[in-house]
Design a protein around this ligand. Sequence first.
Ligand code: SF4
Ligand code: SF4
Ligand code: SF4
Length: 583
Amino acid sequence: MSEEIVNLTIDGIKVKATKGDTILKVAKSVGINIPTLCFLKEINEVGDCRMCIVEIEGRRGFAASCIQKVEEGMVVHTNTPSVVEARKVILDLILSNHPKDCLTCIRSGNCELQNLAEKFNMRDIEYKGEMQNHPIDDKSPSIVREPNKCILCRRCTAACKNVQEIGAISSTGRGFESCIATTYDESLNDVDCTFCGQCVVSCPTGALHEKEYVEDVWEKLKDEETFVVVQTAPAVRVAIGEEFGMPIGENAKGKMVTALKRIGFDKVFDTNTGADFTIMEEANEFIERLSGNGTLPMITSCSPGWVRFAEKNYGDQLDHLSSCKSPHQMFGAVIKSYFAEKYGIDKNKICTVSIMPCIAKKYEASRPEMEVDGVRDVDYVLTTRELAKMIKQANIDFVELEDSNFDDPMGEASGAGAIFGTTGGVMEAAIRTAVDTLENKSMDKIEYKEVRGEKGIKEACLNVAGKEVKIAVASGLSNARKIMDQIKDKKSPYHFIEIMACPGGCVMGGGQPIKSAKTRATIDVRKRRADSIYSIDEKSTIRKSHENPTIKKIYEEYLEKPGSHKAHKYLHTTYSPKPKYDI
Ligand code: SF4
Ligand code: SF4
Ligand code: SF4
């Protein structure tokens, strides 16, 4: 059916638009930017805050442009003196009971409310509202809620309920008492929150953020007795540059490594190498299960938000999860065993820091299962945003840095390790190794484009060594639920499934640079970052984990072979059902 076109005028510009589109969208298409606050494309389009109001000739009052559909003959004005005045009143009311702690706030410099206050020249706040006094919730290892900085835009609740289908937070109370909280105002740590952080990257203010460990890491770097090793996840390098004004998705690996060396880390390693270990173990485990030794379908386990979701919601199905630790946990264990022994460093004096695109990794690193012989695999997890803060604190001019390489002897990674950072990447990497192993030769086919792209659930059927292997890839917890319900009902057709908690995978993790609603409405951030990751793989000389010489050497010298007793000791873990929050 062809789309119906309507003619309208916006700020004197004659526009042809598709019937059904909003004024906000159509205005943007002709270069007119209307300010927004509660709007978040495809996640929260409700017209609540009224910041996006416009005037329409022939109508009384204002219309919220994020929900008002265009009509034939409409004449719209987006910036009349009355519109500007009304927006200032709205801002005045929001700011009347806002803490205005911008100097010390985590979001200062990247806060949509602060930006609007600056844009509208808010010098005097006319209304004097009573200040809120909600306690800060910082009990969890991953996420902090500062309800006093909340402006009730509900972008977080939309992300949690509509996108992830968790509903850990919602709007509670009425009038002045209104706030965003969990049921009975429990800590996020104690409810069904998965620590995916999708609410954090949706929040326009400092009301939700990661728990920071930047100061702890500086302390370790200061201590001359501690050997501080850092590793960086695949998705960090294609996003860190954004914090310094570089284009979205640009690969800044070389500058990032130089910055980490300048900050003073003793060794800078690549989590992509850790991902190669994960593939060796996961592919081996899958082949074992396919030959009858274990439960099918097997599901990947490198997304800690997904693992926590599974433990809380599908405690009776945990035998489907691969027993592999995630790449940075595996790598942490290898650093504190193989690397420590080979270089004669006391493992108890090594501090491992992981730079991750994810806030759930902070929780994962703190899990009691993530240690070997009483030694933690990973001591601190920092997000991409926290690393950017350290670089800024060290007064490093990131954009001007020359490139460096990761350190030997564990800096070599395959293209398969690189693609872990995007949805479908873990599956594609595992299949490259599993197929070569089952066919007993190096196959020409390297790319499995069937599992790439933005679709929430992707599936493919492969013919491997004369056997039909059905695979699926799901990203986002609402899609994880669909996959798990199928398994629970014994209707799953798959042999192998990849699940990531964040829609789009780690490139869109809760620890990545936060993009404003305006940027998210106009740029496909996921695609830019994912394309950059695939380009790293394409340019790699080694594209399969089992062909990585570093990996082969460490198995030869230390871990013996995938699935060995020693590999299990350092690289595998267990899961257990976690109680659902009982209302
Ligand atoms: S949330 Fe924004 S406006 Fe509020 S204190 Fe923080 S930076 Fe300032
Ligand atoms: S971290 Fe994820 S699950 Fe927890 S409240 Fe935020 S969106 Fe919901
Ligand atoms: S916590 Fe943030 S996203 Fe949620 S309602 Fe408050 S300001 Fe909006």
